[in-house]
Design a protein around this ligand. Structure first.
Ligand code: ATP
Ligand code: LTN
Length: 332
């Protein structure tokens, strides 16, 4: 491997089946980056535990996500693909960083505010310290860039602040990472409430499209997507539903939103929706076929995440040992 390539780190929670938001907002960008960078991508199963999970479903989904990473085009020779809980340095570094993070900083995180509002009284401490574990994920690999959707920017700011704080208190230990927000597909919205981000943990299944949804389901969900009564296919703040569908089509076809607007001048929403569904079905077909065939070969999937964890552990443990030493913990 060529040395001095910049390091990329990112992860997706196995907290629900992956949506086209995850695919268009994350996975597609990751694939585009694999030649020029040295990427680490993990399935962040520890993060998923901040919400109650059914153990059997969590296991199945974690493996399925590895298959989806591969099927989306991530080459295991160019990317280190692993499961977060297989590299214990993440949990260990997370504790150490917790001792440098202020309650006030965590209280300001909008994701925490949103999610804790939903669960009310029973909000667990893991949900609160979630961004610290995320900072550990990122900082352990001397990460330069973190490709994420725009909703995660605030968490990366916190990782930077923690890294700077630790470096200043001790001596340079961490590289200061930067968020990398892809320009198109950065924010795919909920099909039922298009002012909200599409999310795999939404309650209404009509709100999202899964990467593995069959064509007839995709068609049905898009035809039911909330729009407006303007009747014009236009990319603007006043028409969030239609703009979201334009954005989906634009990301899938690589056409600019303005060109899609022109193409659909005088065309009704029904035809437009049907074309968006066609484009999406076409895009997802090869991915779905690949996932199905990969899931038939569990030994192959296992070989990928095992060798990924081995490589990741080597790098992560080096950084962890450095942190422990600087903090005054006795080397084992
Ligand atoms: P959850 O519903 O469990 O909170 P999520 O569907 O929002 O999850 P995450 O696991 O938080 O997904 O995110 C994984 C990656 O996918 C992140 O980089 C995130 O920014 C991106 N992502 C998730 N949803 C979208 C979306 N609707 N549009 C663009 N990117 C998204
Ligand atoms: N919090 C992220 C998932 C995540 C992540 C990370 C992303 C956990 N650790 C490290 C990038 C880098 C999310 O919900 N999208």
């Amino acid at each position: 491997m060529v040395e001095n390539k910049k390091v990329i780190f990112s992860g997706i929670q196995p907290s629900g089946d992956l949506t086209i938001g995850n695919y268009l907002g994350a996975l597609k960008n990751w694939v585009a980056l694999q030649d020029a960078y040295e990427p680490y991508y993990c399935v962040v199963d520890l993060h998923a535990l901040t919400v109650r999970q059914n153990p059997a479903e969590l296991r199945a989904r974690t493996l399925k996500n590895i298959a989806i990473y591969l099927a989306s085009g991530l080459d295991p020779n160019k990317n280190t693909i692993f499961i977060q809980s297989h590299v214990s340095a993440h949990s260990e570094a997370s504790w150490l960083l917790n001792c440098f993070c202020y309650m006030g900083e965590l209280s300001r995180m909008t994701q925490f505010k949103d999610k804790s509002q939903k669960v009310g009284e029973s909000v667990n401490a893991g949900l609160f310290t979630y961004p610290v574990l995320m900072a550990a994920d990122i900082l352990l690999y001397n990460t330069d860039l973190v490709p994420v959707g725009s909703d995660q920017k605030q968490h990366i700011e916190l990782a930077r602040d923690l890294a700077i704080r630790f470096n200043n208190l001790y001596s340079p230990t961490f590289k200061i990472p930067e968020a990398y927000i892809g320009d198109s597909g950065a924010r795919i919205m909920d099909l039922q409430e298009p002012t909200k981000k599409m999310s795999k943990s939404a309650e209404n299944p009509n709100a999202y499209i899964l990467i593995m949804d069959p064509p007839d389901v995709i068609r049905k969900k898009i035809s039911r997507a909330v729009t407006d009564d303007v009747g014009v296919v236009r990319y603007c703040d006043e028409q969030p539903g239609i703009s979201n569908l334009i954005n989906i089509m634009s990301t899938v076809t690589n056409k600019k939103p303005e060109d899609i607007e022109k193409q659909y001048e005088g065309v009704g929403y029904a035809q437009f929706k049907s074309d968006v569904a066609d484009a999406l079905i076409e895009e997802l077909k090869p991915v779905q076929e690949k996932v199905k065939s990969l899931l038939e070969d569990k030994t192959y999937i296992e070989s990928i995440y095992k060798s990924g964890a081995e490589k990741a552990s080597y790098v992560a443990n080096k950084t962890l040992r450095k942190m422990q030493r600087k903090l005054g913990l006795i080397p084992r």
